[in-house]
Write a protein that binds this ligand. Sequence first.
Ligand SMILES: *Cc1c(COP(=O)(O)O)cnc(C)c1O
Length: 460
Amino acid sequence: MDHDDLAYWSKRAADWARDYHRTLRDRPVRAQVRIGETAAKLPAHAPETPDPVEAIFDDFCRIVPDAMTHWQHPRFFAYFPANAAPASMLAEQLANAIAAQGMLWQTAPAANEIEGVMIGWLRQALGLARHFTGTIHDSATTATLAAVLTMRERALGWAGNESGLAGQPVLRLYASDQGHSSIDKAARIAGIGQANLVKVPVDDTLALRPDALDALIRADLAAGLRPAGVILSVGGTSVGGTDRIAESIAVAKSHDLPVHVDAAWAGSAMICPEFRMLWDGVDKADSIVFNPHKWLGAQFDCAVQFLADPRDQIRTLGLRPDYLATSGEDRPTDYQEWTVPLGRRFRALKLWLVMRAYGLDGLRSRIRNHVNWAVELSEVIGGMDGLRITTPPMLSLFTFAAEDDARTTALLDTINDDGRVYLTPTRHAGGQVIRVQVGQFDCTRDDVMMVADVLRDLRA
Ligand SMILES: *Cc1c(COP(=O)(O)O)cnc(C)c1O
Protein backbone atom coordinates (compact mmCIF):
# COMPACT_ATOMS: atom_id res chain seq x y z
CA MET A 1 0.00 0.00 0.00
CA ASP A 2 1.52 3.30 -1.07
CA HIS A 3 0.32 6.90 -0.94
CA ASP A 4 -1.73 6.62 -4.13
CA ASP A 5 -3.52 3.61 -2.65
CA LEU A 6 -3.95 5.59 0.56
CA ALA A 7 -5.73 8.39 -1.31
CA TYR A 8 -8.12 5.86 -2.88
CA TRP A 9 -8.77 3.99 0.37
CA SER A 10 -9.17 7.20 2.36
CA LYS A 11 -12.05 8.12 0.08
CA ARG A 12 -13.54 4.64 0.47
CA ALA A 13 -13.14 4.91 4.23
CA ALA A 14 -14.77 8.36 4.27
CA ASP A 15 -17.77 7.03 2.32
CA TRP A 16 -17.98 4.07 4.66
CA ALA A 17 -17.84 6.43 7.65
CA ARG A 18 -20.68 8.57 6.31
CA ASP A 19 -22.89 5.51 5.81
CA TYR A 20 -21.91 4.13 9.22
CA HIS A 21 -22.90 7.32 10.98
CA ARG A 22 -26.05 7.72 8.90
CA THR A 23 -27.30 4.26 9.91
CA LEU A 24 -26.14 4.19 13.52
CA ARG A 25 -29.70 4.54 14.85
CA ASP A 26 -30.54 1.16 13.25
CA ARG A 27 -27.82 -0.62 15.23
CA PRO A 28 -27.96 -1.82 18.84
CA VAL A 29 -25.91 0.64 20.89
CA ARG A 30 -24.00 -1.90 22.95
CA ALA A 31 -22.15 -4.66 21.12
CA GLN A 32 -24.24 -7.85 21.21
CA VAL A 33 -21.32 -10.30 20.97
CA ARG A 34 -19.86 -12.91 23.29
CA ILE A 35 -16.35 -12.85 24.76
CA GLY A 36 -13.90 -14.51 22.35
CA GLU A 37 -16.19 -14.27 19.32
CA THR A 38 -14.06 -11.70 17.48
CA ALA A 39 -10.70 -13.29 18.24
CA ALA A 40 -12.03 -16.59 16.85
CA LYS A 41 -12.61 -14.93 13.46
CA LEU A 42 -8.93 -13.98 13.07
CA PRO A 43 -6.10 -16.31 11.95
CA ALA A 44 -3.58 -17.15 14.66
CA HIS A 45 -0.60 -15.79 12.69
CA ALA A 46 0.24 -12.63 10.74
CA PRO A 47 0.47 -13.18 6.95
CA GLU A 48 3.96 -13.67 5.46
CA THR A 49 2.98 -12.03 2.18
CA PRO A 50 0.83 -8.92 1.55
CA ASP A 51 -2.93 -9.29 1.60
CA PRO A 52 -4.86 -7.19 -0.95
CA VAL A 53 -6.36 -4.10 0.69
CA GLU A 54 -9.78 -4.97 -0.78
CA ALA A 55 -9.75 -8.22 1.23
CA ILE A 56 -8.60 -6.47 4.39
CA PHE A 57 -11.32 -3.85 4.02
CA ASP A 58 -13.95 -6.55 3.49
CA ASP A 59 -12.81 -8.28 6.67
CA PHE A 60 -13.00 -5.00 8.54
CA CYS A 61 -16.61 -4.52 7.41
CA ARG A 62 -17.47 -8.14 8.21
CA ILE A 63 -15.79 -8.42 11.61
CA VAL A 64 -15.46 -5.05 13.32
CA PRO A 65 -18.60 -2.85 13.28
CA ASP A 66 -20.98 -5.49 14.68
CA ALA A 67 -18.51 -6.24 17.45
CA MET A 68 -18.22 -2.63 18.60
CA THR A 69 -20.19 -0.67 21.16
CA HIS A 70 -21.16 2.47 19.25
CA TRP A 71 -19.97 5.48 21.25
CA GLN A 72 -21.18 7.88 18.54
CA HIS A 73 -24.66 6.34 18.57
CA PRO A 74 -27.18 9.10 19.36
CA ARG A 75 -28.74 6.88 22.04
CA PHE A 76 -25.49 6.18 23.91
CA PHE A 77 -26.36 7.22 27.47
CA ALA A 78 -23.74 5.08 29.25
CA TYR A 79 -20.63 6.15 31.22
CA PHE A 80 -19.81 9.63 29.93
CA PRO A 81 -19.82 10.60 26.25
CA ALA A 82 -16.71 10.34 24.08
CA ASN A 83 -17.93 12.68 21.40
CA ALA A 84 -16.28 12.88 18.01
CA ALA A 85 -17.70 15.75 16.02
CA PRO A 86 -17.18 15.41 12.26
CA ALA A 87 -14.87 18.44 12.33
CA SER A 88 -12.76 16.67 14.92
CA MET A 89 -12.53 13.56 12.75
CA LEU A 90 -11.33 15.72 9.88
CA ALA A 91 -8.70 17.30 12.12
CA GLU A 92 -7.46 13.88 13.17
CA GLN A 93 -7.18 12.80 9.52
CA LEU A 94 -5.06 15.85 8.76
CA ALA A 95 -2.90 15.39 11.85
CA ASN A 96 -2.48 11.72 10.92
CA ALA A 97 -1.36 12.65 7.43
CA ILE A 98 1.42 14.86 8.77
CA ALA A 99 2.12 12.39 11.61
CA ALA A 100 4.50 14.68 13.43
CA GLN A 101 5.96 13.99 16.86
CA GLY A 102 5.49 17.34 18.55
CA MET A 103 7.78 16.97 21.55
CA LEU A 104 9.57 20.31 21.01
CA TRP A 105 8.64 23.59 19.38
CA GLN A 106 11.07 22.93 16.53
CA THR A 107 9.70 19.45 15.83
CA ALA A 108 6.21 20.89 15.19
CA PRO A 109 6.05 24.69 15.45
CA ALA A 110 2.42 24.96 14.29
CA ALA A 111 1.26 22.23 16.70
CA ASN A 112 3.07 23.95 19.55
CA GLU A 113 1.74 27.43 18.85
CA ILE A 114 -1.82 26.36 18.02
CA GLU A 115 -1.83 24.47 21.35
CA GLY A 116 -0.96 27.69 23.17
CA VAL A 117 -3.65 29.64 21.35
CA MET A 118 -6.29 26.92 21.93
CA ILE A 119 -5.54 26.92 25.67
CA GLY A 120 -6.23 30.66 25.57
CA TRP A 121 -9.48 30.22 23.59
CA LEU A 122 -10.69 27.57 26.03
CA ARG A 123 -9.67 29.58 29.08
CA GLN A 124 -11.86 32.44 27.84
CA ALA A 125 -14.66 30.11 26.75
CA LEU A 126 -14.81 28.59 30.25
CA GLY A 127 -14.69 32.01 31.89
CA LEU A 128 -11.42 31.33 33.76
CA ALA A 129 -9.19 34.13 35.04
CA ARG A 130 -6.51 35.53 32.76
CA HIS A 131 -3.56 34.14 34.71
CA PHE A 132 -4.25 30.51 33.70
CA THR A 133 -2.02 28.88 31.11
CA GLY A 134 -2.11 25.19 30.33
CA THR A 135 -1.38 22.23 28.14
CA ILE A 136 -3.00 19.19 26.51
CA HIS A 137 -2.57 15.66 27.89
CA ASP A 138 -3.88 12.38 26.53
CA SER A 139 -6.26 11.83 29.44
CA ALA A 140 -7.49 13.31 32.70
CA THR A 141 -5.74 10.43 34.46
CA THR A 142 -2.37 11.66 33.20
CA ALA A 143 -3.16 15.31 33.99
CA THR A 144 -4.11 14.38 37.55
CA LEU A 145 -0.94 12.30 37.85
CA ALA A 146 1.10 15.34 36.72
CA ALA A 147 -0.68 17.49 39.32
CA VAL A 148 -0.10 14.92 42.10
CA LEU A 149 3.58 14.45 41.20
CA THR A 150 3.93 18.22 41.42
CA MET A 151 2.20 18.24 44.82
CA ARG A 152 4.63 15.56 46.01
CA GLU A 153 7.73 17.40 44.89
CA ARG A 154 6.52 20.74 46.20
CA ALA A 155 5.88 19.15 49.61
CA LEU A 156 9.35 17.57 49.61
CA GLY A 157 11.21 20.62 48.31
CA TRP A 158 11.99 18.59 45.15
CA ALA A 159 13.98 16.04 47.16
CA GLY A 160 11.88 13.12 45.88
CA ASN A 161 12.96 13.62 42.27
CA GLU A 162 16.57 13.87 43.39
CA SER A 163 16.95 11.14 46.03
CA GLY A 164 13.84 8.99 45.87
CA LEU A 165 11.17 8.64 48.54
CA ALA A 166 13.01 6.46 51.08
CA GLY A 167 13.45 8.35 54.35
CA GLN A 168 11.12 11.17 53.30
CA PRO A 169 8.22 12.30 55.47
CA VAL A 170 4.87 10.56 54.91
CA LEU A 171 2.83 12.69 52.51
CA ARG A 172 -0.95 13.04 52.62
CA LEU A 173 -3.46 13.87 49.89
CA TYR A 174 -7.12 14.72 50.45
CA ALA A 175 -10.17 14.08 48.25
CA SER A 176 -13.76 13.02 48.82
CA ASP A 177 -14.92 9.45 48.31
CA GLN A 178 -16.78 10.70 45.21
CA GLY A 179 -13.42 11.38 43.52
CA HIS A 180 -12.51 9.43 40.38
CA SER A 181 -10.29 6.34 40.64
CA SER A 182 -7.61 8.25 38.69
CA ILE A 183 -6.87 10.09 41.98
CA ASP A 184 -6.23 6.75 43.72
CA LYS A 185 -4.07 5.69 40.79
CA ALA A 186 -2.05 8.92 40.98
CA ALA A 187 -1.49 8.44 44.73
CA ARG A 188 -0.21 4.94 44.03
CA ILE A 189 2.01 5.75 41.05
CA ALA A 190 3.44 8.86 42.73
CA GLY A 191 4.70 6.69 45.60
CA ILE A 192 2.48 8.47 48.11
CA GLY A 193 0.43 5.35 48.65
CA GLN A 194 -3.26 4.54 48.67
CA ALA A 195 -3.38 4.68 52.48
CA ASN A 196 -2.20 8.29 52.37
CA LEU A 197 -5.03 9.42 50.13
CA VAL A 198 -7.42 10.59 52.82
CA LYS A 199 -11.08 10.23 51.81
CA VAL A 200 -12.82 13.22 53.32
CA PRO A 201 -16.47 12.66 54.32
CA VAL A 202 -19.17 14.29 52.21
CA ASP A 203 -22.38 16.06 53.22
CA ASP A 204 -25.82 15.04 51.98
CA THR A 205 -25.26 16.91 48.69
CA LEU A 206 -22.18 14.65 48.13
CA ALA A 207 -19.83 17.64 48.53
CA LEU A 208 -16.64 17.20 50.52
CA ARG A 209 -17.12 18.76 53.97
CA PRO A 210 -14.67 21.68 54.29
CA ASP A 211 -14.80 21.49 58.12
CA ALA A 212 -13.86 17.80 57.96
CA LEU A 213 -11.03 18.60 55.52
CA ASP A 214 -9.67 21.17 57.94
CA ALA A 215 -9.89 18.75 60.89
CA LEU A 216 -8.17 15.93 58.98
CA ILE A 217 -5.31 18.19 57.87
CA ARG A 218 -4.83 19.41 61.45
CA ALA A 219 -4.84 15.87 62.80
CA ASP A 220 -2.23 14.80 60.23
CA LEU A 221 0.00 17.77 61.07
CA ALA A 222 -0.30 16.95 64.78
CA ALA A 223 0.69 13.34 64.00
CA GLY A 224 3.82 14.48 62.15
CA LEU A 225 2.54 13.65 58.66
CA ARG A 226 3.03 16.10 55.80
CA PRO A 227 -0.07 17.26 53.84
CA ALA A 228 0.80 17.70 50.14
CA GLY A 229 -2.39 18.74 48.36
CA VAL A 230 -6.14 18.61 47.89
CA ILE A 231 -8.03 17.22 44.87
CA LEU A 232 -11.58 18.50 44.38
CA SER A 233 -14.28 17.21 42.04
CA VAL A 234 -16.83 18.99 39.89
CA GLY A 235 -19.20 16.41 38.42
CA GLY A 236 -17.98 13.11 39.89
CA THR A 237 -18.22 10.12 37.60
CA SER A 238 -20.57 7.96 39.63
CA VAL A 239 -23.50 10.34 40.24
CA GLY A 240 -22.04 13.82 39.59
CA GLY A 241 -20.86 14.61 43.14
CA THR A 242 -19.55 18.18 43.25
CA ASP A 243 -17.46 19.81 45.96
CA ARG A 244 -17.94 23.36 47.22
CA ILE A 245 -14.92 24.74 45.44
CA ALA A 246 -14.50 28.20 47.00
CA GLU A 247 -14.90 26.98 50.59
CA SER A 248 -12.72 23.91 50.12
CA ILE A 249 -9.94 25.88 48.42
CA ALA A 250 -10.03 28.39 51.29
CA VAL A 251 -9.33 25.55 53.74
CA ALA A 252 -6.50 24.18 51.57
CA LYS A 253 -4.94 27.63 51.19
CA SER A 254 -5.12 28.27 54.95
CA HIS A 255 -2.65 25.35 55.19
CA ASP A 256 -0.68 26.53 52.12
CA LEU A 257 -1.71 23.45 50.13
CA PRO A 258 -2.05 23.31 46.32
CA VAL A 259 -5.43 22.36 44.85
CA HIS A 260 -6.19 20.35 41.71
CA VAL A 261 -9.79 20.38 40.42
CA ASP A 262 -11.05 17.36 38.45
CA ALA A 263 -13.84 18.55 36.17
CA ALA A 264 -13.11 15.96 33.50
CA TRP A 265 -16.71 15.65 32.35
CA ALA A 266 -18.50 18.74 33.74
CA GLY A 267 -15.81 21.20 32.66
CA SER A 268 -17.16 21.34 29.11
CA ALA A 269 -20.48 22.69 30.42
CA MET A 270 -18.67 25.76 31.75
CA ILE A 271 -18.75 27.25 28.27
CA CYS A 272 -22.32 28.11 29.37
CA PRO A 273 -22.11 30.95 31.92
CA GLU A 274 -25.25 29.76 33.74
CA PHE A 275 -23.47 26.58 34.93
CA ARG A 276 -20.35 28.26 36.28
CA MET A 277 -21.82 28.57 39.78
CA LEU A 278 -21.06 24.84 40.01
CA TRP A 279 -17.36 25.65 40.31
CA ASP A 280 -17.58 29.07 41.85
CA GLY A 281 -14.15 29.98 43.25
CA VAL A 282 -12.20 27.81 40.77
CA ASP A 283 -9.97 30.75 39.84
CA LYS A 284 -8.06 30.14 43.09
CA ALA A 285 -7.15 26.56 42.07
CA ASP A 286 -3.59 25.71 41.09
CA SER A 287 -4.57 23.14 38.48
CA ILE A 288 -7.81 22.23 36.69
CA VAL A 289 -8.43 19.35 34.29
CA PHE A 290 -11.30 18.91 31.86
CA ASN A 291 -11.73 16.56 28.90
CA PRO A 292 -12.82 18.14 25.62
CA HIS A 293 -12.87 14.47 24.54
CA LYS A 294 -15.93 13.87 26.65
CA TRP A 295 -18.62 16.44 26.08
CA LEU A 296 -17.13 19.11 23.81
CA GLY A 297 -16.75 17.12 20.58
CA ALA A 298 -12.97 16.92 20.24
CA GLN A 299 -12.55 13.19 20.08
CA PHE A 300 -10.50 10.97 22.34
CA ASP A 301 -7.81 11.73 23.29
CA CYS A 302 -7.75 15.32 24.47
CA ALA A 303 -7.53 16.38 28.12
CA VAL A 304 -6.81 20.02 28.94
CA GLN A 305 -5.02 21.01 32.13
CA PHE A 306 -5.07 24.66 33.18
CA LEU A 307 -2.29 25.80 35.50
CA ALA A 308 -2.24 28.97 37.60
CA ASP A 309 1.55 28.93 37.38
CA PRO A 310 3.29 26.18 35.38
CA ARG A 311 6.68 26.58 37.06
CA ASP A 312 6.23 23.95 39.80
CA GLN A 313 5.01 21.37 37.29
CA ILE A 314 7.86 22.12 34.88
CA ARG A 315 10.33 21.83 37.74
CA THR A 316 8.80 18.44 38.56
CA LEU A 317 8.47 16.94 35.07
CA GLY A 318 10.82 18.95 32.87
CA LEU A 319 14.09 17.50 31.67
CA ARG A 320 16.29 18.84 28.92
CA PRO A 321 18.83 16.24 27.89
CA ASP A 322 21.60 17.33 25.50
CA TYR A 323 20.05 15.55 22.54
CA LEU A 324 16.90 17.69 22.80
CA ALA A 325 18.73 21.03 22.94
CA THR A 326 17.11 23.85 21.00
CA SER A 327 19.42 26.48 19.57
CA GLY A 328 18.69 30.17 19.83
CA GLU A 329 18.18 32.62 22.64
CA ASP A 330 14.41 32.80 23.00
CA ARG A 331 13.32 29.42 24.24
CA PRO A 332 9.76 28.72 23.18
CA THR A 333 7.41 26.78 25.47
CA ASP A 334 8.23 23.07 25.22
CA TYR A 335 5.10 21.35 26.46
CA GLN A 336 6.98 18.06 26.90
CA GLU A 337 8.31 19.68 30.08
CA TRP A 338 4.72 20.04 31.35
CA THR A 339 3.60 16.42 30.82
CA VAL A 340 4.64 12.86 31.65
CA PRO A 341 5.32 11.55 28.10
CA LEU A 342 7.98 13.13 25.94
CA GLY A 343 6.20 12.46 22.64
CA ARG A 344 3.14 14.51 21.78
CA ARG A 345 0.40 14.15 19.17
CA PHE A 346 -1.02 17.21 17.40
CA ARG A 347 -4.15 17.30 19.57
CA ALA A 348 -4.67 21.04 19.34
CA LEU A 349 -5.77 20.73 15.71
CA LYS A 350 -9.11 19.12 16.62
CA LEU A 351 -9.81 21.83 19.19
CA TRP A 352 -9.17 24.43 16.51
CA LEU A 353 -11.47 22.76 13.98
CA VAL A 354 -14.24 22.01 16.50
CA MET A 355 -14.41 25.52 17.93
CA ARG A 356 -14.33 27.06 14.45
CA ALA A 357 -16.71 24.66 12.70
CA TYR A 358 -19.48 24.85 15.33
CA GLY A 359 -18.67 28.10 17.09
CA LEU A 360 -18.87 28.36 20.86
CA ASP A 361 -22.55 29.13 20.53
CA GLY A 362 -23.19 25.94 18.58
CA LEU A 363 -21.39 23.97 21.30
CA ARG A 364 -23.31 25.78 24.05
CA SER A 365 -26.70 25.04 22.52
CA ARG A 366 -25.87 21.32 22.33
CA ILE A 367 -24.90 21.20 26.01
CA ARG A 368 -27.98 23.22 27.02
CA ASN A 369 -30.22 20.83 25.09
CA HIS A 370 -28.60 17.83 26.77
CA VAL A 371 -29.17 19.30 30.22
CA ASN A 372 -32.80 20.23 29.46
CA TRP A 373 -33.61 16.83 27.94
CA ALA A 374 -32.02 15.00 30.89
CA VAL A 375 -34.23 16.99 33.28
CA GLU A 376 -37.31 16.23 31.17
CA LEU A 377 -36.50 12.52 30.99
CA SER A 378 -35.86 12.32 34.75
CA GLU A 379 -39.30 13.81 35.37
CA VAL A 380 -40.96 11.22 33.14
CA ILE A 381 -39.06 8.32 34.73
CA GLY A 382 -39.74 9.65 38.23
CA GLY A 383 -43.46 9.46 37.44
CA MET A 384 -43.39 5.83 36.29
CA ASP A 385 -44.80 3.09 38.51
CA GLY A 386 -42.16 1.23 40.46
CA LEU A 387 -39.30 3.52 39.40
CA ARG A 388 -37.74 6.32 41.44
CA ILE A 389 -35.07 8.95 40.80
CA THR A 390 -32.16 8.20 43.13
CA THR A 391 -30.00 11.24 42.30
CA PRO A 392 -31.50 14.29 40.56
CA PRO A 393 -29.88 15.67 37.39
CA MET A 394 -26.43 17.15 37.92
CA LEU A 395 -26.17 18.89 34.55
CA SER A 396 -27.20 16.00 32.25
CA LEU A 397 -26.50 13.06 34.61
CA PHE A 398 -29.06 11.42 36.87
CA THR A 399 -29.76 7.97 38.29
CA PHE A 400 -32.87 5.91 38.92
CA ALA A 401 -33.75 2.53 40.39
CA ALA A 402 -36.54 -0.03 40.48
CA GLU A 403 -38.10 -1.46 43.66
CA ASP A 404 -34.98 -3.29 44.86
CA ASP A 405 -31.41 -4.18 43.80
CA ALA A 406 -32.36 -7.43 42.07
CA ARG A 407 -35.08 -5.77 40.01
CA THR A 408 -32.83 -2.82 39.14
CA THR A 409 -30.07 -5.12 37.89
CA ALA A 410 -32.51 -7.28 35.93
CA LEU A 411 -34.11 -4.17 34.39
CA LEU A 412 -30.73 -2.84 33.27
CA ASP A 413 -29.88 -6.18 31.63
CA THR A 414 -33.12 -6.22 29.66
CA ILE A 415 -32.62 -2.57 28.61
CA ASN A 416 -29.16 -3.30 27.22
CA ASP A 417 -30.17 -6.57 25.59
CA ASP A 418 -32.98 -4.66 23.86
CA GLY A 419 -30.28 -2.46 22.34
CA ARG A 420 -32.23 0.70 21.50
CA VAL A 421 -30.47 2.60 24.28
CA TYR A 422 -27.40 1.92 26.39
CA LEU A 423 -27.28 2.66 30.15
CA THR A 424 -24.73 1.62 32.78
CA PRO A 425 -24.93 0.81 36.51
CA THR A 426 -23.41 2.35 39.60
CA ARG A 427 -24.08 2.27 43.34
CA HIS A 428 -25.54 5.05 45.42
CA ALA A 429 -26.40 5.14 49.14
CA GLY A 430 -25.79 1.42 49.43
CA GLY A 431 -28.10 0.48 46.56
CA GLN A 432 -27.87 -0.49 42.92
CA VAL A 433 -28.86 2.36 40.55
CA ILE A 434 -28.95 2.97 36.78
CA ARG A 435 -27.07 5.97 35.37
CA VAL A 436 -28.38 8.08 32.51
CA GLN A 437 -26.18 10.76 30.98
CA VAL A 438 -27.26 12.74 27.95
CA GLY A 439 -24.38 14.09 25.91
CA GLN A 440 -23.90 12.53 22.50
CA PHE A 441 -23.12 15.18 19.90
CA ASP A 442 -25.91 14.24 17.43
CA CYS A 443 -28.63 13.14 19.82
CA THR A 444 -32.08 14.66 19.57
CA ARG A 445 -34.91 15.04 22.09
CA ASP A 446 -36.57 11.99 20.50
CA ASP A 447 -33.46 9.91 21.09
CA VAL A 448 -33.45 10.90 24.75
CA MET A 449 -37.16 10.28 25.28
CA MET A 450 -36.77 6.82 23.77
CA VAL A 451 -35.33 5.76 27.15
CA ALA A 452 -38.84 6.26 28.56
CA ASP A 453 -40.37 4.32 25.62
CA VAL A 454 -38.01 1.42 26.22
CA LEU A 455 -38.84 1.40 29.95
CA ARG A 456 -42.58 1.39 29.17
CA ASP A 457 -42.20 -1.47 26.67
CA LEU A 458 -40.03 -3.60 28.92
CA ARG A 459 -42.13 -3.11 32.07
CA ALA A 460 -45.49 -3.53 30.32
C1 LIG B 1 -13.67 10.38 32.86
C2 LIG B 1 -13.17 10.95 34.12
C3 LIG B 1 -11.82 10.82 34.47
C4 LIG B 1 -10.83 10.02 33.67
O1 LIG B 1 -10.70 10.51 32.39
P1 LIG B 1 -9.62 9.88 31.37
O2 LIG B 1 -9.40 10.99 30.42
O3 LIG B 1 -10.26 8.69 30.79
O4 LIG B 1 -8.41 9.55 32.15
C5 LIG B 1 -11.40 11.45 35.62
N1 LIG B 1 -12.26 12.14 36.41
C6 LIG B 1 -13.56 12.27 36.10
C7 LIG B 1 -14.46 13.06 36.99
C8 LIG B 1 -14.06 11.66 34.94
O5 LIG B 1 -15.36 11.78 34.65
